[in-house]
Design a protein around this ligand. Structure first.
Ligand code: NAD
Length: 404
């Protein structure tokens, strides 16, 4: 089948990674445009791939009619671009978080369904090779049924919660959360973010399989000498999988699991089996595997579907997302991470915030949009940009800003 005409919308910090990944997927995408409201950012992206630069989404859509758009603008603007694209009948991938409020996400999902277009949330964390491998170990029953997961890390909650949901293979039913904030000496980090406070949120999520997910998130970023150790522990009936909580960190992962003999003759002390990586000569990842005793299933491996490209281990999750929207369009199937799944991840974060506001009370899921939250978003948006975020989507589409 011929390649899909791909246009990037938002060539900022994250958009640059999307563009280079799409350029590597040569059999899938024909990059036809780069659009960014900031002219230099649009020009810089377009020059990299030799296409026309646009600063207006509407003009780009009119002139180019892409098959697929990749939306990497700041999150408060996701719904404007997504709803416009849906109304134009264009399938699209939208970066995370899908949108800041439940009402905005519902609007995006409804517009996509009404116009019969594919909406994918670009939730890449579950598609990091190690994450895919962990889920394979779980599915093969290596550590038994999962009842508990801890993920301690310092940034955005929905990534970790998405990964916990995959490991549990269950639906969240309630969230309780503790919030804490403390002043710090002002500083600007390497990503040019201003800090004068440190925030912490600690989530406890009950799943409908009686599993418990614990996640710590915040803006603690390793500065001021803070502990950079992060961890992801997945606890099953027979063993534990230990990985990094930071999707950018690789190495040192293990599965610690008991054979029947370990249980009866070694007082339940598990053996440790390291994740092993095998690379091709050009250093691309070939596979991740563990060698387990035959009684635990022998070798389990995840083979890199991108091993014949130059995509590095850390780029595989994004390539998987972009392939996901392409496959959904070509084969008329569901995207890898639907709008509804992106909403479910954000729903847990929103529930956590509601719990913090109600003195750590558990908040039952699913959640309905709360008019107070929706109004607060609309008021802020209007105050900041002088236009209502949902009454006139085309007008709201003209809003632009750089997140950093
Ligand atoms: N999945 C991940 O790991 C990950 C990591 C970083 C960022 N993100 C997400 O990526 C998105 C972008 O974040 P970023 O850090 O790249 O922000 P950024 O500010 O660096 O880039 C956004 C770009 O969008 C452009 N833009 C703004 N309004 C526009 C409009 N109306 N039309 C066209 N272009 C417009 C801006 O000029 C800017 O160049 C956010 O949703 C963020 O949450 C995801």
């Amino acid at each position: 089948m011929s390649r899909l005409k791909y246009a990037l919308i938002g060539h900022g910090r994250r958009g640059a990674a999307h563009l280079s990944t799409a350029a590597t997927l040569k059999d899938t995408f024909d990059i036809v445009a780069v659009c960014d409201a900031h002219p230099e950012s649009a020009e810089a992206g377009a020059a990299k791939v030799g296409v026309k630069a646009y600063t207006d989404v509407r003009k780009m859509v009119d002139e180019i009619s892409p098959d697929v758009c990749d939306v990497v603008v700041p999150a408060p603007l996701h719904h404007t671009v997504s709803c416009y694209l849906s109304q134009c009948g264009i399938s699209h991938n939208v970066e995370t978080g899908l949108a800041p409020t439940l009402g905005l996400m519902d609007m995006m999902i409804a517009d996509a369904a009404e116009n019969n277009v594919k909406l994918q949330t670009s939730e890449n964390f579950p598609f990091v090779p190690v994450e895919q491998f962990v889920c394979k170990l779980i599915k093969e029953g290596v550590i038994g049924n999962i009842h508990k997961c801890y993920r301690l890390f310092s940034t955005t909650g929905y990534h970790g919660l998405a990964a916990i949901r995959c490991r549990m293979d269950a639906n969240p039913k309630a969230v309780s959360s503790i919030g804490h904030t403390m002043p710090v000496t002002p500083y600007i980090d390497r990503a040019k973010r201003d800090f004068n406070r440190e925030n912490l949120e600690f989530y406890a999520i009950d799943f409908d399989n009686n599993g418990l997910g614990i996640a710590m998130v915040g803006n603690k970023n390793g500065c001021l000498g803070r502990n950079k150790l992060v961890g992801f522990e997945t606890c099953g009936e027979r063993g534990t999988i230990i990985t990094n909580g930071n999707q950018g960190a690789t190495g040192g992962e293990t599965v610690n699991v008991c054979t029947d003999e370990d249980l009866t003759e070694n007082a339940g002390r598990a053996q440790t089996y390291e994740f092993q990586r095998e690379y091709h000569e050009d250093k691309t990842l070939h596979r991740i595997f563990v060698e387990l005793p035959a009684s635990l299933g022998g070798r389990v491996e995840w083979v890199n579907p991108y091993q014949h490209t130059s995509i590095s281990e850390t780029g595989i999750s994004l390539a998987t997302m972009l392939d996901g929207i392409a496959r959904a369009v070509r084969e008329d199937t569901q995207p890898l991470w639907t709008g509804e799944m992106g909403r479910a991840d954000q729903e847990m974060v929103i529930a956590a915030h509601r719990s913090i506001q109600t003195n750590r009370q558990p908040i039952q899921l699913p959640l309905e949009p709360d008019p107070t939250e929706e109004d607060a978003f609309d008021r802020d948006f209007e105050a900041q940009f002088g236009v209502h975020p949902r009454e006139d989507i085309e007008k709201a589409l003209q809003v632009n800003f750089k997140a950093r």
